[in-house]
Design a protein around this ligand. Structure first.
Ligand code: PLP
Length: 402
């Protein structure tokens, strides 16, 4: 007998369960398009050369130690991370009404931020795009929100954004609802609003007094340009919004396991900052006490050194360019094979993922017949496509569709 015998098994987390299946699959030509992590042409994880170099430098520095970081993390790190998000010329930064705190990657920033909104701003409802990164709901539910709602986002027919539906759903939200917005490279659809569409979204949110919580998991990684990928957040700030933004350095630095994140706050009144910081301190203290330092010291060193920073920008360009090439290559092959349907969206979508439009049955067929693994939703990780598996992926998709 065990006290644990009352525990019922929970549902598996699709991406990780499927990933295990793929890892265990002995088929030589199998292709893993599941987990959102960058792969090289050799299908290997990539330690960015600038990261390797900085790690060695830090390891050889006798001053490097393993003392606790402050509860809110490394100040040089969070200052640089916030500046990267808001831009050097940010008015909010100049007016000293924006600040960041170090968190456990993007997920940790979302967790701390969502708890703060519930505990201190009385937030009750949150809205997430339909579809969204599958963890948004779990994180916000755990924070204690009373209810989560989906707002329309993906229009299957158009293979693009359902702007009308989105605006209608947001216009019906209660004031003070928290709206989760992907700042760029929407996961899973790869479809971002245009600037004109962001203008419309901001207008509805302002009118209805909705609170923006941006999720920035792919800055620089999406377009190859840090400013371009931050334009939505910056536009909202220019429009006078107070907001939160969760930043992840998992993808753009290839530091997935190091859990490097930042939670940026933008307020209209700098005198609110000490109280906010003290309450965030208590939230973090009760959750995990202090963040880890290895990853954040790498990011901080790179962001604060002009030469390393430039080198890093080259690395993000390498990653985003390779992904763009693979998008073009996949579309070209599908068109050549005359695979039924339009494949324009493969190249018009941006970031790590493509929302292929494949049905769950086609995805299942891809796996059982060809050992090509994708999420049930049809999402594939474009960063795992290489010149070596491109033909195989394309012909497998073709076979699944016809
Ligand atoms: N938000 C989005 C949209 C993501 O796609 C991811 C990772 O895939 C995250 C947040 C969080 O990632 P992490 O906690 O690894 O930084």
């Amino acid at each position: 007998a065990s006290v644990f015998s009352v525990v019922q098994p929970g549902p598996p987390i699709e991406a990780f369960a499927l990933n295990k299946e793929c890892v265990d699959d002995p088929f030589e030509k199998k292709v893993n398009l599941i987990i959102g992590a960058y792969r090289t042409e050799e299908s290997q994880p990539w330690v960015l050369p600038v990261v390797r170099k900085t790690e060695i430098m830090l390891a050889n520095n006798e001053k490097t130690n393993h003392e606790y970081l402050p509860i809110l993390g490394s100040a040089p790190f969070s200052t640089a991370a916030t500046a990267m998000l808001l831009g050097k010329d940010s008015k909010a930064l100049k007016e000293k009404r924006a600040f960041g705190v170090q968190t456990l990657s993007g997920t940790g920033a979302l967790s701390v931020g969502s708890r703060f909104l519930v505990q201190h701003l009385g937030a009750k409802h949150f809205y997430y795009s339909d579809p969204t990164w599958e963890n948004h709901r779990l994180v916000f539910q755990h924070a204690g929100f009373e209810k989560g709602f989906a707002y329309r986002y993906w229009h299957a027919g158009k293979r693009g954004i359902d702007m009308e539906g989105l605006l209608e759903d947001l216009s019906k939200a209660e004031p003070n609802s928290v709206i989760i917005l992907h700042s760029c490279a929407h996961n899973p659809t790869g479809c971002d609003p245009t600037l004109e569409q962001w203008v419309q979204i901001a207008a509805v949110m302002k009118e209805k007094k909705l609170f923006p919580f941006f999720d920035s998991a792919y800055q620089g990684f999406a377009s190859g340009d840090l400013d371009e990928d931050a334009k939505a957040v910056r536009y909202f700030i220019d429009q006078g919004f107070e907001l939160l933004c969760a930043q992840s350095f998992a993808k753009n630095f290839g530091l997935y396991s190091q859990r490097v994140g930042n939670l940026t706050f933008v307020t209209n009144d700098p005198s609110t900052i000490p109280s906010v910081l003290s309450q965030v301190t208590i939230i973090v203290r009760g959750l995990y006490s202090n963040p880890p330092s290895h990853g954040s010291s790498i990011v901080s060193t790179v962001l604060n050194d002009p030469e390393l920073f430039q080198e890093w920008q080259g690395c993000i360009k390498t990653m985003s360019d390779r992904i763009k090439k693979m998008r073009a290559g996949l579309k070209e092959r599908l068109v050549k094979l005359q695979t039924p349907g339009s494949w324009e969206h493969i190249t018009s979508q941006i970031g790590m993922f493509s929302y292929t439009g494949l049905t769950p049955a086609q995805v299942q067929y891809l796996k059982t017949k060809h050992h090509v693994y994708a999420l049930k939703s049809g999402r594939i990780n474009m960063a795992a496509v290489t010149t070596k598996n491109l033909d195989y992926v394309a012909s497998s998709i073709h076979d699944a569709v016809v």
